[in-house]
Design a protein around this ligand. Structure first.
Ligand code: NAI
Ligand code: MG
Length: 361
């Protein structure tokens, strides 16, 4: 008897705006990959969104986190409908609680130019993997305001860095560097921020002793921001705090051709909880419902999910299929100067996936 195929249960959260369109497109490609590579992906869709909020007064049900816990991974589109629900409500009611509950402390974002895609730089080849700390640092939320509305008003926002928090993000980054080019860039501002960032540098030095095969270079955030533009090919794996990573990954998205390509993974590398995979872009209300959203960022995020689930051959095949489509440049959405629909791009990727698999067998 043949062994039962591997089975992964995925929680699908399309969210708002183009979220539903890109998740439908991405899921169709992932299903095709599962068929080709002999594993099973079952999806359960959760309609948690601003629509859900307007109807029920909550972005997700009270036991939403408990419902998600049993899944292998979460595949999320985008959340936000700023005309009807304040962004602070939608973000704090769904995305942030998921990241927090499952301690998804790694935010990983690949930045490279896909074949045929023209970015804004002259640089042709770069392949940067940004590892952003996702739970503490400058976005810990610690602080307060006093004397509001008076001339004596004071606002304090405190960064919180813990040894555990720094060490675990660094260890993950060192491992990624080991699996790639063996080079790691650690981002700080330890000349100006003499407490938290000097601490980060010290922990980097201590952790580096366990990875003697990885060459680690320290950069100040302003210098590396410039380097993303002037010499991106000199960078491989980049690890940064929450705020610095946030800013650098927007530069990364820009130089790789824009939000249509920027993919992300929110990971808990220890496992036991679902990690979450989502395009970096938002719900794009300006183009929602028109079938013209670029699905490639979501498809790429889906490939990151397959890799995380251990389906690396399928993940590689999805990316090869994406690049077969971008290299031809004939089936592209309007943001890339084409006229194809979201569904047409997904269908082209699926077709390329089939063609590649046929060649192999
Ligand atoms: P956005 O990323 O939704 O859109 C910015 C611009 O990029 C728009 O012109 C949009 O049409 C375009 N764009 C974005 N994704 C695209 C795609 N796949 N294909 C083609 N064009 C694309 O950012 P915006 O407008 O600032 O935010 C809209 C809503 O999304 C807000 O409610 C915001 O809070 C939310 N948001 C949610 C995120 C998430 O769920 N992780 C991330 C960023 C924003
Ligand atoms: Mg950002």
């Amino acid at each position: 008897m043949a062994p039962a195929p591997k089975h992964h249960r995925i929680a699908l959260i399309p969210g708002d705006g183009i979220g539903g369109e890109v998740i439908e497109a991405g899921w169709s490609v992932l299903q095709a990959a599962a068929n080709r590579f002999g594993f099973v992906l079952t999806g359960e869709t959760f309609p948690w969104s601003c629509e859900h909020y307007l109807r029920h007064g909550r972005m997700m049900p009270e036991d939403g986190i408990a419902q998600l816990r049993a899944f292998s991974a979460i595949y999320l589109g985008a959340v936000g409908w700023p005309q009807r629900v304040p962004d602070s409500v939608s973000l704090h009611g769904l995305l942030l609680p998921i990241r927090k509950a499952f301690d998804l402390y790694v935010n990983a974002r690949p930045h490279r130019l896909l074949a045929g895609v023209r970015g804004p730089l002259r640089a042709e080849a770069f392949d940067i993997l940004c590892i952003r700390e996702n739970t503490e640092g400058e976005y810990s939320g610690a602080g307060g305001r006093v004397h509001q509305g008076t001339a004596a008003e004071v606002a304090v926002e405190t960064s919180v860095f813990t040894r555990r928090g720094i060490e675990r993000i660094l260890r993950y980054a060192f491992l990624q560097a080991r699996g790639r080019g063996g080079r790691l860039a650690s981002v700080t501002k330890s000349n100006a921020q003499k407490h938290s960032m000097v601490f980060w540098d010290e922990v980097t030095e201590a952790v580096a002793a366990d990875y003697p095969d990885v060459e680690v270079t320290r950069y100040h955030v302003d210098a590396i921001a410039a380097r993303f533009i002037t010499d991106p090919a000199s960078l491989d794996v980049v690890v940064a705090s929450n705020l610095f990573g946030d800013i650098l990954t927007d530069i990364g998205a820009a130089i790789q051709g824009g939000l249509g390509f920027a993919a992300s993974a929110n990971l808990n590398p220890e496992g036991g909880v679902p990690s979450m995979f989502e395009p970096v872009h938002g719900s794009a209300p300006d183009i929602a419902g028109q079938g013209r959203a670029n699905p490639l960022a979501t498809i790429w995020s889906g490939a990151l999910m397959l890799a995380h689930l251990g389906e690396t051959a399928a993940a590689d095949a999805v990316m090869a299929a994406v690049e077969a489509v971008t290299a031809r440049s004939t089936v592209m959405t309007p943001d890339q100067g084409g006229t194809a629909s979201t569904a047409a791009v997904a269908a082209a990727v699926t077709a390329a996936l089939g063609a590649a698999a046929d060649r192999r067998t």
